[in-house]
Design a protein around this ligand. Structure first.
Ligand code: 6PG
Length: 252
C-alpha cells in the first residue's frame, strides 16, 4: 500500500496542469540535488500535452534529466499515435536535452515482444551504470512516473482484463488495446517509483474513479487500482472528474 497517497482536486484542467508541473519540477530538482540525476517516465494521451509544453518553459539542468515513457503505441516514432512524437513536439524539441537522455520505447522491431525485452535490457544497463553505487535492487526507482487514467480505468497500457496486468517478473511487457499491441511498464515497475502522479480531468473519468477508489472492486477490471507505489502516490484531478470519487474518501 502506498505510504503517502494524496488526492488534490483543482477547479479545471489548466490548474491540474499547473499543479502537476509544480509537483514534477519539485521532484526533479530534489532528485538532482540528492543524486545528481533525475528520471521521469511520461504518459501519453491528450491530458499531459499542455503539461509537457509548460515543462519546456522551465529553466532546468536538462543535462541531468532523463526522459522515459511509461507506455507506447507500437507504431513508428513519426506516427500520429506515437507518444514519443507527442512529447517530442510538445517538449523535447523546445529544450536542450542531450539525445542520450531520451529513452523512447523501441517500436521498430517486427515483434513487440522482442522490443519489450530489448527495452528492458537497455533500461537495466542504464540504471546499473548510472546508479552503480546504489544497493542492488530488483526494480529501478524512477523519481517520477506520470500516469493518466482512461475512462475504463486503464493506466499506461495496462488495460482491463489483459495479461499485462499479471506480469510481475518483468520491467516492460506487451499490453494490448483492441488487439493493437503496446509496450508498457508493468505494475511492479510503476509501483517501484519514488513518486507516481496521476493527472486527469473531465466528467468522463467519473465512473472509472468511482471503481478505482471503491472499497471493493475487481483490480483486473479497473487496473489503476493496482498502482500502489511504495513511494508517493498523487492523484491530481479537476472537479469534474472528482465528482466520481466515493463519498467520504480521504484526500490524504
Ligand atoms: C496512452 C496513455 C494512456 C492515457 C490514458 C488517458 O498511451 O494513451 O499512456 O494510458 O494516459 O488513456 O488518456 P487521456 O489523458 O487522453 O484521457
Amino acid at each position: 500500500m502506498s505510504t503517502a497517497r494524496t488526492i488534490e482536486i483543482l477547479p479545471d484542467l489548466a490548474e491540474v496542469v499547473t499543479r502537476s508541473r509544480d509537483l514534477i519540477v519539485e521532484r526533479l530538482q530534489q532528485a538532482i540535488a540528492e543524486r545528481g540525476i533525475a528520471t521521469i517516465a511520461l504518459s501519453g494521451g491528450s491530458t499531459p500535452k499542455p503539461l509537457y509544453e509548460q515543462l519546456a518553459t522551465e529553466s532546468l539542468p536538462w543535462e541531468q534529466i532523463h526522459l522515459f515513457w511509461g507506455d507506447e503505441r507500437y507504431v513508428p516514432y513519426d506516427h500520429p499515435d506515437s507518444n514519443y512524437r507527442m512529447v517530442k513536439q510538445a517538449w523535447i524539441d523546445r529544450v536542450p536535452l542531450p539525445s542520450e537522455n531520451i529513452h523512447p520505447m523501441p517500436t521498430q522491431l517486427a515483434d513487440p515482444v522482442d522490443a519489450a525485452i530489448q527495452h528492458e535490457a537497455d533500461l537495466r544497463i542504464f540504471f546499473k551504470t548510472r546508479f552503480a553505487n546504489a544497493k542492488p535492487a530488483e526494480w529501478p526507482a524512477l523519481d517520477v512516473i506520470l500516469l493518466g487514467m482512461g475512462d475504463d480505468a486503464h493506466t499506461a497500457s495496462l488495460f482491463p482484463g489483459t495479461t499485462a496486468l499479471q506480469v510481475h517478473d518483468r520491467w516492460i511487457t506487451v499490453g494490448e488495446k483492441s488487439g493493437q499491441p503496446r509496450l508498457t511498464f508493468t505494475v511492479p515497475m510503476i509501483n517501484a517509483a519514488r513518486s507516481v502522479i496521476f493527472m486527469l480531468a473531465g466528467a468522463n473519468k467519473q465512473a472509472a474513479l468511482q471503481q478505482v477508489f471503491a472499497a471493493q472492486a475487481d483490480d483486473l477490471m479497473y487496473p489503476s487500482r493496482l498502482i500502489q507505489p511504495q513511494g508517493e502516490l498523487w492523484w491530481v484531478m479537476d472537479q469534474a472528474a472528482a465528482v466520481g470519487l466515493p463519498e467520504g474518501i480521504s484526500l490524504t
